[in-house]
Design a protein around this ligand. Structure first.
Ligand code: ATP
Ligand code: MG
Length: 327
């Protein structure tokens, strides 16, 4: 039977891309599958510079947000990554099976390093190995990811196979569950994906943004000089991103939303899309606010989840230690 693992970095309140590309899928999967783990990836989020107080707050905000989206700790294990130290221990073992040039070729390494204006840290380079450990520590079989994570999942597959070849068949090779929503793009630059860590405030629409903020961000969304609304992702990435968002939040097809947009120019259309986003997220936004008021509840959810995750990981990690010769 399948075991599902996925995670989100506590780098701020989730945005439209996280919701449409990941969290929405997570909610469906917890209903369908009996063994599901979702993790708040606090260790991953250290790969980009963080103030401790900000990280602490982000962990709780992210937890509140995904609970508000419908993640139910009775139907899945929701936990904080660093509470299960075996993630880091297994990452060390898997790192010893991973070639450096393979990591150097991954586009996120290049992009995030450039955005940090630095030569890049060991943590940033090797975080895909930690991701492989996150997945394999539970012998997960299926990993719901957005398109931006496909290469990292391929790395995890290769590492699993490498381990199996060296130490004997042990890990299932995890498969991706790709969301049907295309990658949501930045509203300021449709050539890059929407990201929590994007320093441009207007680029990213959080699911907890106020109606005013949502209107402002869509009003300023970068499009092009054609006023008609069409869906041509390559030729017109800006407008097409709006169409994708509109379709995804309303649950309509691209054709149906284009039909609704007939006769509208892009300026008016932006307001239609903004309104659909406001509608969709109003109840979630209220729920986030409520949950944020009870910090100790959020902390307890993450700790209880970690206890259960540890129990699952312990015998698997024990066996890994035996296989590699630590025991
Ligand atoms: P960061 O900038 O800190 O990396 P992020 O926005 O990329 O944040 P993650 O926490 O890294 O968010 O990813 C959480 C999940 O959301 C992953 O499954 C990822 O594939 C998905 N995801 C992230 N950005 C998008 C996007 N723009 N469109 C669709 N899915 C996305
Ligand atoms: Mg990311």
């Amino acid at each position: 039977v399948d075991r599902i693992f996925s995670g989100i970095q506590p780098t701020g309140t989730p945005h439209l891309g996280n919701y449409l590309g990941a969290i929405q899928n997570w909610v469906n999967l917890q209903e369908k599958c009996s063994s599901v783990l979702y993790s708040i990836m606090d260790m991953h989020s250290l790969t980009m510079p963080k103030e401790p107080a900000v990280l602490r707050q982000n962990i709780l905000d992210t937890t509140a947000a995904i609970l508000a989206c419908g993640i139910d700790p009775k139907k899945c294990f929701l936990f904080r990554q660093s509470l299960v130290p075996e993630h880091a221990e297994l990452a060390w073992i898997l790192g010893c099976l991973t070639n450096v040039p393979r990591l150097l070729r991954l586009p996120q390494w290049k992009m995030k390093r450039a955005s940090q204006n630095s030569e890049g840290t060991v943590g940033l380079l090797t975080y895909p190995v930690l991701q492989a450990a996150d997945i394999l520590l539970y012998k997960s079989t299926r990993v719901p990811v957005g398109e931006d994570q496909v290469l990292h999942l391929e790395l995890a597959q290769d590492i699993a196979q490498h381990f199996n070849k060296k130490y004997g068949e042990f890990f299932p090779v995890p498969k991706a569950i790709l969301s049907t929503t295309k990658k949501i793009k930045s509203l300021r630059d449709p050539s890059v994906k929407m990201s929590k860590s994007d320093p441009q405030k207007l680029a990213t629409v959080s699911i907890a943004d106020s109606p005013d903020e949502i209107v402002l961000k869509f009003r300023k969304a970068v499009t092009d000089f054609t006023s008609e609304v069409t869906y041509e992702p390559t030729a017109r990435p800006g407008v097409s991103n709006l169409v994708s968002i509109h379709a995804a939040v309303t649950g309509l097809s691209i054709r149906e939303v284009l039909h609704q947009a007939t006769g509208l120019d892009t300026a008016h259309y932006k307001m239609v899309v903004a309104e659909s986003v406001i509608q969709k997220f109003a109840p979630i936004r209220n729920e986030i606010k409520k949950l944020q008021e009870d910090k100790s509840h959020l902390i307890k959810v993450l700790e209880d989840g970690a206890e259960k995750a540890k129990e699952l990981a312990a015998p698997i990690y024990q066996e890994i230690k035996r296989l590699v010769g630590f025991q």
